[in-house]
Design a protein. Sequence first.
Length: 205
Amino acid sequence: MTKKHWTEEETNLFKELYPNMFAQEVANLFNCSVRSVYNLAFNMKIKKSKEWMQQELQRQAIRLKFAGKEFKFKPGHIPANKGQKMDVDQYEKCKVTFFAKGNEPHNIKWDGYERTTVDDYVEVRISKGKFKMKHRLIWEQVNGSLPTGMIVVFKDKNKRNFALNNLEAITLKVNMERNRMTNYPPELRNLIKLNNKLKKKINEK
């Protein structure tokens, strides 16, 4: 097909149709190649409309749901090579690429390795595949295991100040109340704290 030369009338109509039609449909209307349609859309900086894109995603989701369904393994399917060992010659060719027993990736981390979470907390690797918050680890090294329902917080809100006297174990309820109180003025926050302490003393009695 020869190169398409677009008239002004055609480009005006193209601008109206392209955002909500398939490129092939547009190509058929203007008797040109799909490449010509894409080239003109690029040059005119025209994109598909959000509504059309949403509809197309829905269409593709439905198509993928049923595409190849007849070729999928049925429940209870037994592989043709079940119980069979790899051919000796094939095994010899493949074994050079096998991971040796006990092999570990080159970038594996060591116990004591530190990393930063998306919330800007520091975590320490304590064993393979297991990390613990550094401030909690420091607190537990002195005070023992943290009781259920409690967390360790920074008194000065500085997540890099791991001094023991800056770490405090509090309940989740207290933590929630503190976070809620940050919206109040300092004077009112102090009154709420005093009121909570008073209630605690009364309950103890």
